[in-house]
Design a protein around this ligand. Structure first.
Ligand code: PGA
Length: 251
């Protein structure tokens, strides 16, 4: 199903279950790797992509995809957590994907949450993406408040990789991964919306009824920095892969 909007269109692919939607995302990622084996993937963390990464590992084990020449850039990282902290996004990626496929660890990049000069680390990250030739396929999740990566409502459409403060809502949502809410970092480094929109293809995965309202606003609401995911409609090649629950409020 393609939903036409006042400016551009966003492709919406709806599957009955989270498993099927996740398998579709894995197929799309594997497709991008097979089309360009030395290409660049933009990857995401959170609860949403876990099943998609499991499906991708399954495809790798079945010999359907080879990551040996791929480079990866993750969207974001908490500030203040060392790479080996159980809740760091670097740790998540190692555990959920990198350790189980044949990607070269030296070619996997996550923003450095311990950088002493954060501004410099951010511009370096942008330069590394550029030098790698740009991102072929960027995987995204969506926050309940419409955030993409840690670009919270109000983030500029042309924002670049930078330090951001997390909203109270995001801190509360992410507290489930920590022992207590006090341990959730208050700041992060995130690719900007401008950075994300430069990817050649974007695949946004949303699962569960809790995302239904955010998905509806992304597809049908005004294109506004107050709902960052709506800005994806300015991109020519975005697909929202949804399970039925996340698609529930689409007309
Ligand atoms: P989640 O987070 O996958 O843990 O729901 C998604 C996001 O905030 O982008």
């Amino acid at each position: 199903m393609t939903v036409e909007t006042e400016s551009n269109s966003i492709n919406v692919a709806i599957f009955s279950t989270a498993e099927e939607a996740s398998r579709e995302v894995a197929r799309r990622i594997a497709g991008a790797v097979n089309r360009r084996p030395d290409g660049v993937l933009g990857l995401a963390t959170g609860g949403t992509p876990v099943k998609a990464y499991q499906a991708l590992i399954g495809m790798y084990r079945d010999g359907k995809v080879d990551f040996s020449k791929i480079r990866t850039f993750n969207l974001d990282e908490y500030i203040g957590l060392p790479a080996d902290h159980p809740q760091s996004f670097r740790h998540f990626m190692d555990q959920q994907l990198f350790q189980s496929i044949n990607v070269d660890p030296e070619r996997t990049f996550v923003p450095d949450g311990l950088a002493s000069d954060v501004a410099q680390a951010c511009s370096q990250y942008e330069a590394m993406i550029r030098d790698a030739g740009g991102i072929d396929l960027q995987l995204l999740g969506i926050g309940h408040n419409g955030h993409i990566a840690f670009n919270e409502p109000g983030s500029a459409a042309d924002s670049r990789t930078r330090q951001v403060a997390l909203t109270d809502e995001t801190i509360e949502n992410n507290a489930r991964f920590f022992e207590s809410i006090d341990q959730v970092p208050r700041h992060a480094i995130t690719m900007g919306i401008g950075t994300i929109l430069e990817a050649r293809e974007i695949v946004l995965l949303a699962l569960g009824e809790g995302k239904a309202e955010a998905v509806k606003k992304m597809v049908h609401g005004p294109i506004t920095e107050q709902h960052p995911a709506s800005l994806l409609r300015r991109h020519r090649n975005v697909t929202a892969v949804l399970d039925a629950a996340a698609a529930r409020r689409l007309a």
